[in-house]
Design a protein around this ligand. Structure first.
Ligand code: PGA
Length: 262
């Protein structure tokens, strides 16, 4: 890991009620407070509950002055209007949401989100002061065809069309190979590092050397306590987007500790 401050984000997906979410947030916060001084400051921790749990999580984070970031798992690009079932950037801002996961492979696959839609969402997030966590990742088929780097480059470029270097300053990228999500099958740290390094060269080409060296790139896909440190010790990996292991404090907290240590 480099001088970039690591980020560990928990993507709860469609799990946990509001009450369960509050309990989890409290346990994560307790753990973070107990990290030894000097270590706690080394890591940013974000939780991304489902929409129904965002408000209660936000309230407890605010009232108890927790040093936890709050994320959403999706949003629409418009601020308001006739979009049944959607949630807007202004609604998220009002709920004190600071991050939004965009372009997750589950959204692309099950809800038919295109690069164009994702690009609109990324722009809307930046415009509203929400940090986008732009996800990219290849299928097993693409990896076996040895097209991974080209494919990922395409997703990054398409997701960031029309964004200026000044705006891209706050970007976070998550590399999540689809075949490693929720399967228990992880990319090797070297495989992940190769892609993350490539993402950095694409960012340099698009936005210049500062964005290249300052952007945080996370790895995601079956990250757990046992393998987190291996990923975090790679030069171009700055943390993790965690799914299954983010649902309990017992499995999430050790990943935070691993990131804080590196
Ligand atoms: P996983 O999910 O950790 O359960 O593999 C990661 C993600 O999809 O963000």
């Amino acid at each position: 890991m480099s001088s970039r401050r690591p980020l560990v984000a928990g993507n709860w997906k469609m799990n946990l009620t509001a009450a369960q979410g509050v309990q989890l947030v409290q346990k994560v916060d307790e753990f973070c407070r107990d990290l030894t001084a000097g270590t706690r400051e080394n890591v940013d921790v974000v939780v991304a509950p489902p929409f129904t749990a965002i408000h209660s999580a936000s309230t407890v984070i605010d009232i108890d002055r927790m040093q936890l970031g709050l994320g959403a798992q999706n949003m629409h690009w418009e601020d308001e209007g006739a979009f049944t079932g959607e949630i807007s950037p202004t609604m998220l801002r009002a709920a004190r949401v600071g991050y939004v996961i965009l372009g997750h492979s589950e959204r692309r696959e099950h809800f038919f989100e295109t690069d164009e839609m994702i690009n609109k969402k990324v722009k809307a997030a930046f415009e509203r002061g929400i940090t986008p966590i732009l996800c990219c990742g290849e299928s097993l088929e693409t990896r076996e065809a040895e097209d991974t780097l080209t494919f990922i480059e395409g997703q990054i470029r398409a997701g960031l069309v029309g964004i200026s270097a000044a705006t891209a300053t706050g970007l976070v990228v998550a590399y999540e190979p689809i075949w490693a999500i929720g399967t228990g099958r992880t990319a090797t740290p070297k495989m992940a590092e190769e892609v993350c390094e490539h993402i950095r060269t694409v960012l340099e080409d698009m936005f210049g050397p500062t964005i290249k060296s300052n952007t945080r790139i996370l790895y995601g896909g079956s990250v757990k306590a046992e393998n987190a440190e291996l990923f975090f010790s790679e030069e171009n990996i700055d943390g993790a987007l965690v799914g299954g292991a983010a649902l309990t404090a017992d499995t999430f907290n050790p990943i935070i500790a691993a990131a804080a240590k590196v």
